[in-house]
Design a protein around this ligand. Structure first.
Ligand SMILES: C[S@@+](CC[C@H](N)C(=O)[O-])C[C@H]1O[C@@H](n2cnc3c(N)ncnc32)[C@H](O)[C@@H]1O
Length: 265
């Protein structure tokens, strides 16, 4: 399962990314007529929120063709542009006032290269804003469910062949340093523990809006995973979320989230 397969259902499932993204938008204070790049735009919902804030150029880019096709289908005629490019390959030169990067940074295989390219893409004085899950225990609820997968007598052995694709740092200082190495001055950096309440089914949909594209993606295994593996994996995760629900039937879903804004001097 990858993001192209998730694309059609993404908006219904991605409630936590959307609310954290709104907060990032506020932190960035996008002004009228600023040119904005939405890096890893997904299906374009937040790109449209950016459109509402500026009359400047708004471009969304994403590595997955399926996400870009969905974004174009929904918003392609509404004054925003979408292109299928991975963040490691962007080649803009002092074209944007703002780079908005929501729930994507953890996916970068070469974060330092991406940040260097972002630096070049920004005009002098431009800002970059990043919101992303942070820390090895980025979501204790997901980690607990994954531990149960690891212990399962049917699929635990295959799961040992999974190589996590995500990039997480433990402290805001470590993230800050990464941006400073690329030449940025960090204006705001915090890792916040964000808790929201959901039914187990909603938590499962949230899991399916991002984490599944890692845990259930053949690309990150060095052995073949088949449909029965995927089905069993999903069943264990769902049961774990059901067991995590309190007396109200809701799960306290916790994410450690980085909010960082930096400036090109
Ligand atoms: C959880 S979604 C977030 C989408 C959107 N920014 C939002 O907040 O709803 C993560 C997105 O990152 C994209 N992505 C992952 N790695 C990428 C890369 N190296 N370059 C560009 N996009 C990437 C995925 O295709 C996916 O659309």
């Amino acid at each position: 399962m990858d993001f192209s397969e998730i694309a059609r259902e993404y908006d219904r499932r991605a409630v936590v990314q959307a609310s954290a993204g709104e907060r990032l938008l506020e932190l960035l204070e996008i002004r009228d007529s600023e040119d904005v790049l939405d890096l890893g735009c997904g299906t374009g919902t937040l790109t449209m929120k950016i459109r509402e804030k500026t009359s400047g150029r708004v471009l969304g880019v994403d590595a997955e063709e399926g996400m870009i096709l969905e974004a174009r289908k929904k918003y392609g005629t509404r004054g925003v542009f979408f292109e299928s490019i991975s963040a490691e390959e962007i080649a803009f030169h002092e074209e944007f006032d703002v780079i908005f990067c929501n729930s994507v940074f953890q996916w970068f295989q070469e974060p330092q290269k991406v940040l260097s390219r972002c630096y070049i893409a920004l005009k002098k004085g431009g800002r970059i804003g990043v919101q992303a899950p942070a820390r090895r225990v980025y979501c204790p609820n997901f980690i607990k469910a994954i531990e149960e997968v690891r212990r399962d007598s049917n699929i635990g052995e295959t799961f040992r062949h999974f190589r996590q694709p995500w990039f997480f740092l433990e402290t805001e200082e470590e993230y800050r340093e990464l941006f400073e190495i690329a030449g940025f001055r960090v204006l705001h950096s915090e890792i916040e523990e964000v808790t929201t309440k959901h039914t187990p089914e909603e938590v499962f949909r949230i899991f399916d809006s991002g984490a599944s594209a890692g845990y259930l993606n053949q690309r990150y295994y060095d052995v073949k995973i088949d449909e029965s593996y995927i089905q069993r994996f999903r069943q264990i995760v769902m049961e774990s979320f059901q067991n995590q629900a309190g007396p109200s039937g809701k799960v306290n879903l916790v994410f450690n989230r980085l909010f960082l804004v930096a400036k090109k001097l």
